[in-house]
Ligand binder design. Structure first.
Ligand code: NAI
Ligand code: MG
Length: 332
């Protein structure tokens, strides 16, 4: 059997790092059928639409999607694509690797960010010359879905430590937003208790201070949408660069994987982009399809290359995207 993977390079260095990730997937003992589709700024120029229906449908029907990045049209591409795959959680690991100059080399945390509601649910209005409002949406159903995912994630040992006893931390602001974050928090703790998973909590502002001071206090961190967006970017800053950070938008039977970075217009077309974030996104894709061992092989190969080189310019080296990719494939 082979998996159908929708491949959307997008714009800029998407055309460089996505092919790198595919070279790595091709080196694994798993059968993939890659189907390419268009989206992004160039697609909008050509067709009038940043995300053509055919691309949306391909992502919706595939076993999983690998996406690069889109330029100015990023929101018009990524938000519908997350919907196409039915994603309810955004998984963002922030791990500092040996050999990489990180602000906090001991950082190893995974954010599980609610991916459908909160303040990003879109109920925003400009009501008058003076007044704009935003309605924040939190449902028990979406909160419980995230909590179930967090419990499974911890139980399966997919956190930074594979020790399920470590449980997860809920970062929220339920002391102020009593009804919305209050509901979110209640559901996190209720599900954790039902499943016998350990959960603790931090107010998100306190968390933003404590994480950079000592990231080793945290492992799996579960957040509402906006908090997860901001706090995971904060963690990204601790580990040494955008070129390293993968992410996964997970749904029930479909998912989309993408590097956290954008199109890097300053280096696009030069063949020097760091493929690590895209390759680690591919590792998450492989794991999502159930090939946990192969996912680990990819991560080990990446870790070995980061540690010994070759390295791209963003990490102080002078290697090309292709040279780094070949080194990862070679380690596999
Ligand atoms: P960016 O992530 O594209 O670049 C920020 C800086 O990091 C640049 O100096 C870039 O060269 C460097 N960088 C990023 N990825 C790298 C890699 N793999 N290897 C080496 N260096 C790398 O963010 P920026 O400049 O804010 O946005 C550029 C464009 O990308 C914008 O049009 C923005 O809308 C879009 N964007 C798209 C995203 C997406 O599709 N998910 C996410 C973020 C931005
Ligand atoms: Mg963000």
């Amino acid at each position: 059997m082979s998996y159908e993977i929708a491949v959307i390079e997008g714009d800029g260095i998407g055309h460089e790092v996505v092919p790198a990730a595919i070279d790595v997937l091709d080196a694994l003992d798993v059968a993939f059928e890659f189907v390419e589709a268009e989206a992004g700024d160039a697609t909008k120029e050509e067709t009038g639409e940043a995300l053509p229906r055919a691309t949306y449908n391909l992502a919706a029907d595939a076993d999983a999607t690998l996406f690069g990045a889109a330029g100015e049209t990023a929101a018009d591409v990524i938000l519908p694509l997350r919907e196409a795959v039915g994603s309810f959680v955004n998984v963002r690991p922030a791990k500092a690797y040996p050999g990489v100059d990180a602000v906090r080399p001991e950082t190893d945390v995974v954010f599980l960010r609610e991916n459908t509601e909160g303040v990003y649910a879109g109920h925003e209005d400009r009501l008058s010359d003076d007044l704009s409002t935003l309605t924040r949406v939190v449902t028990s159903s979406a909160s419980r879905e995230l909590a179930e995912f967090a419990c499974e994630f911890v139980e399966d040992g997919r956190g930074p430590t594979d020790d399920a006893e470590e449980g997860f931390t809920v970062a929220h602001k339920a002391n102020v937003m009593r009804e919305t974050d209050g509901r979110f928090r209640e559901e996190m703790f209720a599900v954790a208790e039902e499943r016998g998973v350990d959960a603790d909590e931090e107010l998100m502002d306190a968390f933003a201070t404590k994480l950079p001071l000592d990231p080793t206090q945290y492992g799996v961190v579960v957040c509402p949408n906006l908090a997860g967006d901001v706090l995971s970017d904060l963690a990204a800053g601790l580990v040494g660069g955008l070129g390293l950070l993968p992410s996964a938008n997970i749904g029930h039977d479909n998912a989309l994987f993408e590097p956290v970075h954008g199109t890097a217009p300053d280096i696009a077309g030069e063949g020097v982009a760091n493929p690590t974030a895209a390759i680690l996104s591919a590792a998450m894709l492989v794991e999502f399809l159930g090939h946990v061992e192969e996912g680990k092989q990819v991560r080990d190969a990446v870790e070995s290359v980061l540690s010994d080189g070759p390295r791209t310019g963003d990490l102080g080296g002078d290697a090309t995207t292709d040279e780094v990719t070949a080194a990862v494939v070679d380690r596999l």
